[in-house]
Design a protein around this ligand. Structure first.
Ligand code: R5P
Length: 299
């Protein structure tokens, strides 16, 4: 067919080589376009980091404190998160479909706090994850746990399925009561998950040697917050984790159980995306909390 705009002068810029940009996330450059695009919706491409808000706790422990009414307590926090980690039940029932934040879907489950927690299977199929427009699939892996093998294979199955459709898998390293929470254990757990194909990994921060955990893991690490601790300490933990190589947080209780969750998530954001010191982030937390109290009193 003849070129209909033949008369217009075209500019092919033959002297300008096409850019071949490296993908911004550690260990992710060889992934396919769809997988990278989804990761770029979980991690902010400008900072290379993420604030994931985790509120999937109900999948094994029911209505956790702070999550009794997700519609009331979590929805106001969503604008400050980059990504939401949750179950499909809560996603469908409570989260507005107009939410722009990316979704990392909890896909493992099958146990409760009343029984052996490591006895999990895969509880969501890949078609459902795609239908729900998930950007990531989260699977619990219990290294050293009673069902270590099954949970590792849950993860590798999800990596295989996700790879078919371009969905990255988040391996969540769960620590059994009998396991030592130290750098040696987390190096082992995170490295096994990465070697077996996890695209990013969630683990806990440890005071001693956390930089060896991030250094020996070839894909990005995000930290869980763990049990509720004072806000100042939680910000210090997030700061140290980021400075020691974490690519963000996937934090739950230390945000939604904070005295002022909305202020807390903004302070965590400042630490993650602006390298704010814990001291400055804590005074931001206090300022935002006072502002909120002031607004309430005026009403
Ligand atoms: C735990 O199994 C869940 O995956 C939670 O999402 C995770 O522990 C993060 O929440 P938190 O910051 O409360 O530890």
């Amino acid at each position: 067919m003849a070129d209909i705009d033949e008369k217009k002068e075209k500019d092919f810029a033959p002297h300008i080589p096409q850019k071949a940009e490296l993908f911004f996330l550690k260990g992710s450059n060889s992934l396919d376009w769809g997988m990278k695009n989804r990761l770029a919706r979980i991690f902010n491409p400008t900072t290379g980091r993420t604030v994931m808000l985790a509120f999937d706790h109900g999948y094994f422990q029911g209505p956790t404190s702070g999550l009794e009414r997700i519609d009331l307590t979590i929805l106001p926090l969503i604008p400050y998160a980059d990504s939401l980690m949750l179950t499909r039940g809560i996603l469908r029932a409570v989260i507005p479909a107009s939410t722009p934040q990316s979704i990392v879907l909890r896909v493992s489950g099958g146990t409760s706090i009343l029984k052996e927690l490591s006895d999990e299977g895969l509880a969501v199929d890949i078609e459902e994850a795609i239908r729900l427009n998930a950007c990531g699939l989260a699977v619990q892996v219990f290294i050293g746990g009673e069902h270590e093998r099954e949970t590792i294979l849950n993860m590798t199955k999800m990596v295989n399925l996700g790879t078919r459709f371009g969905l990255p898998t988040l391996a969540v390293t769960a620590v059994g009561k009998e396991m030592a929470r130290d750098a040696r254990y987390f190096r082992l757990a995170t490295r096994i998950c990465a070697e077996l194909g996890a695209h990013f990994i969630k683990t806990y921060y440890v005071e001693e040697g956390f930089e060896t955990v991030t250094a020996s893991c070839p894909v990005p690490i995000v930290i869980a917050g763990g049990k509720k601790i004072p806000e100042r300490e939680a910000l210090r933990m997030a700061y140290r984790a980021i400075q020691e190589g974490a690519a963000g947080v996937d934090m739950g209780r230390n945000i939604f159980q904070a005295e002022n969750p909305e202020a807390m998530i903004q302070a965590v954001r400042a630490v993650v995306h602006q390298n704010e010191t814990p001291e400055k982030a804590f005074s931001l937390y206090q300022d935002l909390s006072h502002q909120k109290k002031g607004k309430r009193q005026k009403k």
